[in-house]
Design a protein around this ligand. Sequence first.
Ligand code: 5GP
Ligand code: ZN
Length: 113
Amino acid sequence: MPDCIFCKIAAGEIPATVVYEDDEILAFEDIHPVAPVHILLIPRRHFASLDEAGENNGPLLGRILLAAARIAREKGIASRGYRVLTNCNADGGQEVFHIHFHLLGGRRLRTLG
Ligand code: 5GP
Ligand code: ZN
C-alpha cells in the first residue's frame, strides 16, 4: 500500500528499531512508547485490521502471537507479565490501518475499558 507507514517500515523506506524479523513478520519499537517495553508486530503483507483478516490468515496471526511471546521472554518481562493487543477500527482506537499487535510490558498495566 503506497501511503501506508507500516508498509514503508516493512520495506525499509522509513527507519525503525527492529527487534525481530522473518519473511512474514516484522517487530519494531513503537515510536511513542506507553510502557518500558512497547513493541509493534506486523505482517509484512498489508491488510488493514483484524476485521479484514481471512481464515487463511490464521497461521500468520498465530505466528505473530508466538513471536510476541518470544520477544517478551527475550526482553525479560514474561514471568512478571505483559499484554498483547490489537486495536480494530475507530471504536477500538486504531490509528494506523495496517494490522499490528502491541506488546506492552515492564510495568503494571491498568485494566482495560
Ligand atoms: P494504533 O492506535 O493504530 O493501534 O497504534 C498505532 C501505533 O503506531 C501508536 O502506538 C504509534 O505510536 C505507532 N506509530 C505511529 N507511527 C509510527 C512510526 O512511524 N514508527 C513507529 N515505530 N511507530 C509508529
Ligand atoms: Zn501497510
